[in-house]
Design a protein around this ligand. Structure first.
Ligand SMILES: [Zn+2]
Length: 409
């Protein structure tokens, strides 16, 4: 028979819990930590000492003095400049690579546009070059504890392989391995679906903090979805779940990039909105700017733009109504280009929700735009990259500091 967890198991679990607390909630006093984590002060002191020795946190006097007289309680602060992850956001039109410090602050970033017809090799080269420049700038004392990328397509998580990038003209590609080798940091690069990461980010740091049942809808050229149920991301049998963009809302409707007809993506995606608004695709180098231009025109009273948003809002609302009936979310978050589309069509989305969703699940659902703005998917990649070190901080640092993992420059 297997015994219960050992003292060492408990200590490692508590180290992760404490680190996760200051990572997500920010600097906290020992007293706050003891109260929030349900541990006594001496345990907090011992855990903090271990994390300080590992270089993950530091203790310092509070920046704002407290009201109580006497010596102020020390504040435990994550070592944001020393400990970081690399986060990649691969969009159809744009690439973002960021160095994100422990605690979640974006310390430095590189952004570039991406040519829709570029070869996969060029994509990897651009990502690796940007990441290496961020690593160099971070300096030799800083330690990179993880790396992850958001990708707008179907990703096989088991080996970080892209199965299908419908709007990127890519076949199967082991992006994780390829990027990892090009980086040469001795780190695995995890690849995840962008909308799943957007859901994770909004849940942990954005509009969905405190809401354990939420749906995040992400618009790029296509439409993706991330579904959080009971605080956990819904993956399905192989992790391919949540492809909300390919839910058929209009049978026999517009042809979709997946080969089907009338998918949500085909009815509300960037190309359709631009076509309804009688705007030429490619007039803007960046799809997000093109979508924003339609919403701005509608705000200024442009009838064609208003009508385009009304049509798209109808299908978007119908899609949301279906999701509300099936998942009973507390919150639906619109991110990427759908953030602007929703702002320009909220009345129609709400009207379709009112007629299409059952009264009971509809009653409590809130509709919001992504609080993290254009960075939802990037922040999600960073959070994913931090997951391992937050689960077992000391073990991960020990492995990274092993001599065989010293980067070759
Ligand atoms: Zn489709």
């Amino acid at each position: 028979m297997k015994g219960g967890p050992s003292q060492e198991d408990i200590r490692r679990h508590n180290l992760g819990t404490l680190l996760r607390f200051v990572h997500l909630r920010g600097p906290a006093s020992r007293a706050t930590l003891a109260e929030s984590l349900g541990l006594n002060r001496s345990t907090i002191m011992a855990l903090t000492a271990d994390l300080t020795a590992a270089g993950l946190v530091r203790e310092e006097l509070p920046r704002k003095p407290g009201r109580r007289a006497g010596r102020p309680s020390l504040v435990v602060r994550p070592e944001s400049t020393r400990v970081y992850v690399l986060a990649f956001d691969v969009g159809v039109d744009r690439l973002v690579v960021a160095r994100v410090g422990l605690g979640g602050e974006i310390m430095d970033r590189r952004e570039g546009t991406r040519d829709r017809d570029a070869e996969p090799g060029e994509l990897v080269g651009a990502l690796a070059a940007a990441a290496r420049s961020l690593v160099r700038k971070a300096g030799p004392a800083a330690v990179c504890v993880g790396a992850a990328a958001a990708f707008p397509g179907i990703v096989r998580r088991a080996d970080d392989t892209i199965m299908f990038g419908p709007n990127l003209d890519m076949g199967e590609m082991s992006l994780g391995d390829t990027l990892s080798r090009r980086l040469g940091l001795g780190l695995t690069v995890s690849i995840c679906n962008d909308a799943d990461l957007g859901a994770l980010a909004e849940h942990e740091r954005g509009a969905g903090v405190g809401c354990d049942n939420l749906i995040y809808l992400h618009g790029d050229v296509g439409v993706g979805g991330g579904i959080i149920v009971g605080g956990r991301l819904l993956g399905g049998e192989q992790g391919f779940g949540g492809e909300i963009g390919h839910m058929v809302v209009n049978p026999g409707g517009r042809l979709c990039s997946c080969g089907s007809k009338g998918c949500l993506e085909a009815e509300v995606g960037e190309r359709t909105l631009l076509a309804h608004a009688e705007r030429e695709e490619g007039a803007h180098p960046d799809g997000r700017a093109a979508v924003r231009a339609v919403v701005d025109a509608a705000d200024r009273g442009d009838i064609v733009a208003r009508e385009a948003l009304h049509r798209v809002g109808t299908w978007l609302g119908l899609g949301v109504a279906n999701l509300v009936n099936i998942f009973n979310p507390g919150l639906v978050v619109f991110g990427g280009t759908l953030r602007d589309v929703y702002l320009g069509s909220a009345a129609q989305v709400r009207s379709m929700l009112a007629t299409g969703a059952l009264a009971a699940p509809r009653e409590k659902v809130r509709l919001r735009t992504a609080e993290l703005g254009d960075d939802s998917t990037l922040v999600g990649a960073a959070e994913f990259a931090f997951a391992e070190v937050l689960a077992d901080p000391v073990q991960v640092l020990a492995r990274l500091r092993a001599p065989e993992n010293t980067p070759v420059s």
